[in-house]
Design a protein around this ligand. Sequence first.
Ligand SMILES: Nc1ncnc2c1ncn2[C@@H]1O[C@H](COP(=O)(O)OP(=O)(O)OP(=O)(O)O)[C@@H](O)[C@H]1O
Length: 684
Amino acid sequence: MSQDLKFLEEERYLERVNAEIRSQLAGIGPRYVGNDFTEQTLDELRQERKRRLETAAKEPYFGRLDFREKGAAANVPLYIGKAGVGEEAGRHPLVVDWRAPVSSLFYSFAGGDPNVSYESPDGTVEGTIALKRNLLIRQGQLQRVIDSYTEGQEDTGAVTDEFLLHRLGESKDNKLRDIVSTIQSEQDAIIRTEKNRALFIQGVAGSGKTTVALHRLAYLLYRYQDKVRADRMMILAPNRMFLGYISGVLPELGVGDIRQTTFADWAMELLGGGVALKPGTDTLERWFERPVTDREKDEAPGRRKGSLSFLNRLEEALDRWEEELIPDLPFSPEPGLRLEAAHIRGWFREEPADEPVLKRRERLLNRLKRWMEIQIGRVRWSDKTVKSKATAQWKAYAAKLPAPSAVQWYAAAFPSQFALPKGGGKRKPAEVDPEDLAVLALVQLRLFGTEEKPYDHIVIDEAQDYSPLQLAVLRRVQRRASMTVLGDLQQGIHDYAGIRRWSELTELFAPEETAYYELDRSYRSTMEIIEFANRILKGMDGGVKPAVPVFRSGDPVETEAIGDGNLADAAARTLRAWRERTELGTIAVLCRTAQTCRELHAGLRERGIESALLSADQQAYEGGLTIVPVYLAKGLEFDAVLLADADDSAYGPRDAKLLYVGCTRALHRLKLLYRSSPTRLIEN
Ligand SMILES: Nc1ncnc2c1ncn2[C@@H]1O[C@H](COP(=O)(O)OP(=O)(O)OP(=O)(O)O)[C@@H](O)[C@H]1O
């Protein structure tokens, strides 16, 4: 079929779908404003459907797959979109949801043998692919039709992917986007992994980890509709700025209501009042604003207190404390009435073991009280003196069963690790270090439990910065392990607190509970940038795999020696040139320290260039021109990146990961400035 005919054919189908969407939208009447609860609920559902149809009206689908089921005579065209659209009259799907089982064929098929199969709820479905087509629709108008496979035509092998390259070449604003139209097969496999797994993803910079994890949530909600709920899912990201950056993706995928937070915020809430966190800026200054040795990192409190062996010590101490909770004393509410310690211990053991200790303590004390009332008898119990004397004895006994707060318990059990913070008391909350938060959270869960419902699924982004203890705590707020844990050891710049090998985390789970994937194709940056960044890590040990670029070529990476010249002058020259190029919508200037950032920000302002200066306590990234310390840029991306101080004095041999993070933030352009000797990390 000629290209024109194809286009006409697709335009006709699009018109049919558009007409159907318009008619369905017209059928949804005005909002219900009455008081009837059932009507209100129905109205909510209608509004939800309306939102879906309105989204679909702009871009109802992006792909077409012609599939012939085994034994069937004809090909069935399947149009794949962000949300399914059905014909109101008749049950024929006009558009199939991207998460439907059959849609997996669209993503997993990359040429080769067209005899394929997919798993449906009713079993394996086999068949043959006859056509794979990408369709670009904007504002309801068909723009492009690109076939990547047609049955009977020679398979060139290079099925991929004009469409993908087009998308990757676009410039970015201040928000991460969905990728439903171009999910790659290795990403699709992760998105569709079954629910009850702790799924670990090691992926190189720009391989789509964050994006894929968010799509996986949308998939799980679709696939396990009756089993998982959005309000029992949680996304943990490194900071609030990053949360803002990713906040657009789920709504684009039609998913709402998922809690997005940081580990610290989550833990603080669990601990209730009474605890305040020392500012995170202290930690960052400690590790990034002055020189640090390997030894200091190895022996950092975060590594020690987050380790598996500390977790074990903690659990043992809690077990022991629980064992010794019941004192070696009888309970005797009045002379002649006595319950021996062994008996009371027996009762304590009868309380359900999965209940938090202090709840069991409470129930035991209530049981003792009931026992006392029965033993004394109703008649004597109504005598005020008898009652108050016995109750006083009961209270005295209860006071011998300690009921500490998490902070008090920790300080008493591990005085060498944690001192009862000053100011901790009734009026002012106790200030604690970030590395003590996970410990306190674990103690809190063991002592008091939580009011929160167990989480159906938890996503942990930048998980290389997590300690085993943090993950163990999160495992405890789930019934079964269902997590997506993603990160990149090569970007482990916070290794004074995080892990160095994935096994540190995976060994918390039974092998059959875990799955592990690696992503080594990078979609963010041009080949030139990826090859440059890979060279930085060459010297690093630990068997790191270099990122594999998608074949997208751009400008060469530039380096410029500024000698004794003024840094702000040099930066301003480059930025002025870049800002003339409209395709560079977001530009970042990255410096090694916050101090340099501040100076450069002021210098650029003097030269008439306004920029946003990002700092550790920042809530939002707005796009445009941004100056940011390199260690805070992790997870973000920019059309162009200027590394302003790529000097040997700024990036020493230990800073390879940091420099790697900086370089891999760039999509299209990367330039490094240095005075006279560039960092040896980029020497070749
Ligand atoms: N299949 C895809 N199609 C189109 N774009 C993609 C695809 N996969 C990833 N991308 C794009 O690549 C960029 C990097 O994605 P993302 O930030 O999710 O990667 P990451 O692995 O989390 O990166 P990092 O570890 O560097 O933070 C994003 O702009 C994303 O939209």
